[in-house]
Structures are given as structure tokens and as C-alpha cells.
Design a protein around this ligand. Structure first.
Ligand SMILES: Cc1cc2nc3c(=O)[nH]c(=O)nc-3n(C[C@H](O)[C@H](O)[C@H](O)COP(=O)(O)OP(=O)(O)OC[C@H]3O[C@@H](n4cnc5c(N)ncnc54)[C@H](O)[C@@H]3O)c2cc1C
Length: 307
């Protein structure tokens, strides 16, 4: 084989400095937001194989039903390992097929294929990470707003299922797929923030941040992707919470300031009577925010802009 051509910038630094000291490979400093990640992840091939084996022997069979429930471990958690090549999609595919039969396996294999589809799209449309796949979205009236974006990033939108997801992301580097869709929808539809801002935050914070899957998924959420949901599909963050986190296990875990609210109000604390809020120790508007944009107003704004 011919010697590989030199890649500009990839030469070892002269003078013995480390790449890190030159700022080329920045690692978390103070504060180190990734300090708690080792509780959730074991990077490397051994960790990947252990997780695949555990999933194949356990949650795989019931994946069909359990994958949409963020309060339980219903999916494989293999995404960072797949992202970094610590397990290959072929290994995962064959391990799953050997372990079980039925709708759980079939549905899971389709997810592996969604990943392949995202790579196919990125190969054919390399502009996908930045530009709308559907050009008619280029004139879309976004309302960039740094305060709204910050509230979303920090898990302080006032919508408990979204805030739980954004905090799970910050604390573990991962977010449940259902909640990624709901949180993404809130950002681009209710809050009218450009999908690229959401994708950039996920890119910075996800341990499975993957240029193909992240870009394709954000374009799907925004409606400008190839297989995009129709514009009038605006996820209702309250109904999504009530449907997929009915007992509130997920919200109570990641938004502990709401943990004592009864489930009737857990996904819409602003509707709870003052006495119930007081009994649960929830100071709405102080310890936990009211919705940054009201549910009906957000939906109406989205439909007007996307219509
Ligand atoms: C807005 C948004 C951004 C996303 N960004 C990423 C990302 O940066 N990296 C990433 O790997 N996934 C991304 N996804 C897809 C999906 O959320 C994750 O792959 C999944 O949550 C990972 O958890 P898991 O390993 O338990 O998945 P499982 O449900 O166990 O699925 C198995 C594998 O299939 C692949 N997969 C599953 N769903 C999808 C999908 N919709 N698109 C592409 N591949 C999929 C993943 O590699 C995953 O590990 C994104 C989804 C959304 C809605």
C-alpha cells in the first residue's frame, strides 16, 4: 500500500508539547460535567459486549412494548458503543437474531437499519448536518432567542418530560429516544428555535453524538428531512408525558423538585391547585419554572409558522 498522504494538522506537535496542552483535544476541566458518566457507561469493547449480552438475554424480547417507556431500561443503550465502533452493527444484528425471535427482535433490527439509513443519507447529502434536506424550509421563519435556547438546554422549560430529558442528557450523556423526539419537537415547534441549534447542543453533550443519526433525526423532528413527519404533527409534551411516563418514574427521577406531586399534575404542574403544590413543596415560578411558552400558544405559533 502507498504511504498515506499527510493530513494537515495531524502531524505530531513539535517540541514535545501534548496535543491537549495545545488545545487540540480539549478534555473537560473545571467544572467537569462528565465526572458522573462512569456510573452509566463502560467505554471500550468489553463494555460494549457486556451490554449487548445483557440486552440480548433480557430486554430484547419485550423491546416492542418497552422501548417507549423512558422510566425503565427498555432499550439496549448500545448507541455510544456503536458510534465509536466498539461493537459493529453486524455483531449486534446477529447476536439479536441468535438470542430471540418475535416482534421485539424484529422492531429492534429495524432500529439498526435506521442507523444505516442515516449514513446513507449523509453519504448522498453531505450538507445534511447544516442545510435543510427539503429546500422549501430555507425560508422558514425561525425566531432565534438565546434565553429560550438556554432554558431548553438547562432543562428549565417548565415542561417536566422535556426538562427530565434535558437533565438526563446533561448528567449521563444520553437521552431516551422518545424524549429526544419530544424535547426536539418542543424546541423547533413550540419555541421556534432553529433545528441546527438543537443538533449542536446534542452534538456537544451526547455520548452517542453521531453526525449521521443526529442530523437525520433533527431534520425529521423539524419536518425538513426526507422521511419527515408532517408539519402539523406537533408533539404535545403533556400528553406524551402522561402516555409514556404514566406513573411519573422518569420525571420524578430527573426533576426531583417535582417528585412529590401526584401523578394527575406531574406533567402539568401549572394546573395544580395551590394547596396541592404547597403540599408537594413545589414553588412554581421559583424552584421550578412555569412553561416558557404556554402549551396552546406554542402549538398555535408552530402551526402558523409551519403551515
Ligand atoms: C433529535 C434526535 C437526535 C438523535 N441523535 C442521535 C445521535 O446523535 N446518535 C445516535 O446514535 N442516535 C441518535 N438518535 C436516535 C436514537 O434516539 C438513539 O439511537 C437511541 O436513543 C439510542 O439508544 P439505544 O442504544 O438504547 O437504542 P435502541 O433502541 O436499543 O436501538 C439500537 C440502535 O439502533 C440505532 N438507532 C435507534 N434509533 C435510531 C434512530 N432513530 N436513528 C438512527 N439510529 C437509531 C442506534 O445505534 C441504537 O443504539 C437521535 C434521535 C433524535 C430524535
Amino acid at each position: 500500500l502507498p504511504a498515506p498522504a499527510a493530513i494537515p494538522g495531524a502531524e505530531p506537535p513539535a517540541g514535545g508539547e501534548s496535543l491537549e496542552s495545545l488545545g487540540l483535544y480539549p478534555v473537560p476541566g473545571e467544572p467537569d460535567w462528565a465526572a458522573g458518566f462512569s456510573e452509566f457507561w463502560q467505554p471500550g469493547e468489553a463494555g460494549a459486549q457486556a451490554r449487548l449480552a445483557r440486552f440480548a438475554a433480557g430486554a430484547l424480547k419485550a423491546y416492542d412494548a418497552a422501548r417507549n417507556t423512558p422510566g425503565i431500561e427498555g432499550s439496549s443503550g448500545l448507541s455510544p458503543h456503536l458510534r465509536f465502533g466498539e461493537v459493529s452493527p453486524r455483531q449486534a444484528w446477529h447476536a439479536a437474531r441468535a438470542a430471540a425471535k418475535g416482534s421485539g427482535v424484529e422492531t429492534w433490527l429495524k432500529e439498526i437499519l435506521w442507523r444505516e439509513f442515516a449514513y446513507h443519507l449523509l453519504w448522498h447529502r453531505p450538507e445534511m448536518p447544516q442545510r435543510n434536506l427539503r429546500a422549501e424550509f430555507d425560508a422558514f421563519p425561525w425566531h432565534p432567542d438565546a434565553t429560550l435556547l438556554r432554558a431548553w438546554q438547562q432543562g428549565r422549560t417548565g415542561y417536566p418530560i422535556v426538562d427530565a430529558g434535558m437533565r438526563q442528557l446533561w448528567q449521563t450523556g444520553w437521552m431516551h429516544n422518545r424524549v429526544r423526539m419530544v424535547a426536539g419537537s418542543l424546541l423547533v415547534k413550540h419555541l421556534l428555535q432553529p433545528w441546527q441549534d438543537g443538533a449542536a447542543w446534542f452534538w456537544d453533550t451526547l455520548v452517542d453524538a453521531d453526525l449521521a443519526s443526529n442530523s437525520a433525526s433533527w431534520q425529521w423532528v423539524a419536518g425538513c428531512g426526507t422521511d419527515a413527519a408532517p408539519y402539523f404533527r406537533v408533539f404535545n409534551p403533556v400528553l406524551q408525558g402522561e402516555k409514556f411516563d404514566p406513573e411519573g418514574a422518569y420525571v420524578r427521577r430527573w426533576v426531583p423538585e417535582l417528585a412529590k406531586l401526584p401523578k394527575a399534575f406531574l406533567h402539568k404542574p401549572w394546573e395544580a391547585p395551590a394547596g396541592i403544590l404547597a403540599a408537594a413543596g413545589v414553588a412554581l415560578g421559583r424552584a421550578y419554572p412555569r412553561p416558557v411558552v404556554g402549551p396552546a400558544e406554542g402549538r398555535a405559533r408552530a402551526l402558523a409558522a409551519f403551515g
